[in-house]
Design a protein around this ligand. Structure first.
Ligand code: SAM
Length: 291
């Protein structure tokens, strides 16, 4: 049995053998600490019935640890150079399929309906490429896929924003977008020394567990998300100021007044003090006024 991939010596050996350089543009910072990976797999609750989806296997460090515990692992990797490498490093495991595709291009609903049994759902476990963390998660969340949880490593600061609650400086439209669909919490922070090459920032593992129903009843999601975004447009300004700017083409001054009265929300509050439920109430009154 060879050493785990997630060690300094094997990572160097694999990179040398294939004369590979790390592609910064693809967010290639590989994990070199097997214990961290075992913890991620454990926190994700992966067991012999789990179908795991990994985004960006790199040279296979996390993929290997997933394969040890899971029933099946599907790993999507954009970098064509790594196909040959993964074929070699993951050859001891028979329950892994690597797909050479950009995750943002994959038709995941089709893929999952073809690869999951009736009623089955998957778990996403990944050390995400940091330059596209948010687009990847929003794609996974908005498509309402049969994915029950995502346990994902990302830049610590982004994880904290995704998990933040009202009245904190991290709370913003990203917190609401993520928490509308999921319960989210930071389960572990990971120092930059656990990566090769070392990134400039520390990382954290965020766990997102899908809600049965979105966090609030929203009549028109497009307006809800637009209103949330607008409310944080200028953080120091009141929601009245921010919404006036964003909706002046669709709501008169009187209607704006009606919006706050109808929602029973003080127009002098700042976006950062509103809960998801309060944003939903505002958005529902707003869409009624605009129709
Ligand atoms: N899982 C490995 C680990 O933990 O050591 C590597 C993680 S590294 C942070 C991110 C990986 O995502 C890289 O292998 C990179 O090539 C891959 N990647 C970047 N953009 C991608 C995309 N759009 N679709 C799929 N994989 C991508």
């Amino acid at each position: 049995m060879s050493k785990p991939i997630a060690t300094i010596s094997r990572t160097k050996e694999i990179m040398d053998k294939y004369k590979l350089g790390f592609k910064k543009s693809l967010g290639q910072n590989f994990i070199i600490d097997t214990n961290i990976l075992k913890k991620i797999v454990d926190k994700a609750g992966v067991d012999h019935e789990t179908v795991a989806l990994e985004i960006g296997p790199g040279i296979g460090a996390l993929t290997e640890q997933l394969a040890i515990e899971a029933q099946k692992v599907y790993a999507f990797e954009i970098d064509q150079r790594l196909m040959e490498v993964l074929n070699d490093t993951l050859s001891p495991y028979e329950n892994i399929t690597v797909i050479n595709q950009d995750i943002l291009e994959v038709e995941l609903d089709k893929f999952l309906s073809e690869h999951l049994n009736e009623g089955q759902s998957a778990k996403v476990v990944a050390n995400l490429p940091y330059y596209i963390t948010t687009p990847i998660l929003m794609k996974l969340l908005m498509a309402r896929l049969p994915i029950d949880s995502m346990t994902v490593m990302m830049q610590k600061e982004v994880a904290e924003r995704m998990a933040a609650g009202p009245n904190t400086k991290e709370y913003g439209s990203l917190s609401i977008a993520v928490q509308y669909y999921t319960h989210s919490k930071v389960v572990m922070t990971v120092p930059k020394t656990c990566f090769m090459p070392q990134p400039n920032v520390d990382s954290a593992i965020l766990q997102l567990t899908k809600r049965e129903q979105p966090a609030a009843i929203v009549d028109d999601e497009e307006i809800f998300f637009e209103l949330v975004q607008a409310s944080f447009g200028q953080r120091r300004k009141t929601i009245k100021n921010n919404l006036q700017r964003a909706f002046s083409d669709r709501l008169s001054k009187e209607q704006l007044q009606e919006l706050f009265e109808g929602a029973d929300i003080e127009p002098s509050r700042r976006g950062e003090s509103l809960s998801i439920e309060e944003f939903a109430i505002l958005a529902n009154v707003c869409s009624r006024l605009m129709n």
